[in-house]
Design a protein around this ligand. Structure first.
Ligand code: NDP
Ligand code: 8X3
Length: 251
């Protein structure tokens, strides 16, 4: 029987590419996001290849998160793989100039949202004594860069939660791992720079960034390892990137 995979942030970027790849592979999918028209488009496209159910919720709203996940129909309710992917950076400002609303967004979405979704799904995995949780962290969860302050803090928190979940869920045979990308060209920079496309595009000037599909392939590899193999932590960067701040823009 095919595994049921729940992906948060499936309407764009890494989550969307993962949904598309997993559909080709015949997984059963629960796709989450807030943009209903994109969820509808994915549902109609991917249901030609696999069983798909969509859930519209904002990960910040814990009541809505719990309600949405508990509303899953019987045939989608047993989540085998949770991909905690929803998240974004909001702003890129020094700490003395950062917007409190941006800080709230990053901590509420990237950290608390991940916790709410996990809290809604983990009890069933514990009961079954099986499951796999993949948290999409970032190189920003491994190092800090100037003006990255709160985004980096949120991704360091994701890194800590991945480690903590792996320890606490170890007695139940639940796999937990983190995938930490460097620069991936998605809507990420458009969100960070609040729709300023020129500024967003300039992030990727002069080098070849990762594509969402590159990360989707890695997630697929991680999910399809045998039961006794857990890829606990993985960092992936474009070849042109050596660290958060060292980028060879002549490649
Ligand atoms: P995108 O902006 O393309 O996608 C972000 C996804 O998150 C969208 O599907 C969006 O859906 C969803 N999302 C955002 N806020 C919320 C919310 N409040 N509630 C529910 N869903 C939400 O970015 P990426 O694909 O690049 O980002 C995916 C993950 O990868 C993030 O965690 C990001 O931090 C991480 N990452 C990205 C890197 C990059 O360079 N792009 C590098 C390292 C990590 P919707 O708006 O429909 O709700
Ligand atoms: C996204 C990568 O370097 O913009 O998490 O923080 S970076």
């Amino acid at each position: 029987m095919s595994k049921t995979v729940l992906i948060t942030g499936a309407t764009s970027g890494i989550g969307r590419a993962t949904a598309i790849l997993f559909a080709v592979q015949g997984f059963k999918l629960v796709l989450c996001g807030r943009r209903q028209e994109r969820l509808d488009a994915l549902q109609s496209e991917l249901s030609k290849q696999c069983e798909v159910y969509t859930l519209n919720f904002d990960v910040r709203d814990k009541d809505v998160v719990f309600k949405a996940i508990s509303s899953l129909p019987e045939n989608f309710s047993q989540i085998d793989v949770l991909i905690n992917n929803a998240g974004n950076a909001h702003g890129l400002d020094p700490i003395d100039k950062g917007s409190v609303d941006d800080w709230d967004s990053m901590l509420d979405i990237n950290v608390k949202g991940l916790l709410y979704v996990s809290k809604a799904i983990i009890p069933n995995m514990v009961e079954k004594k099986s499951g796999h949780i993949i948290n999409i962290g970032s190189t920003a969860g491994k190092e800090v860069y100037p003006k990255g302050n709160v985004y980096c803090a949120s991704k360091h928190a994701v890194d800590a939660l991945t480690k903590g979940m792996r320890m606490d869920l170890n007695p139940y045979g639940i796999k937990v791992g983190g995938i930490n990308p460097g620069a991936v060209e998605t809507e990420f920079s458009n969100v960070r720079f609040k729709g300023d496309d020129d500024k967003a595009d300039s992030v990727y000037d002069g080098f070849e960034p990762l594509k969402a599909e590159d990360i989707a392939e890695i997630i697929h590899f991680v999910v399809t390892r045998p039961y006794h193999v857990n890829i606990a932590d993985l960092i992936v960067m474009p070849t042109a990137q050596a660290s958060a701040t060292i980028l060879n823009r002549s490649l």
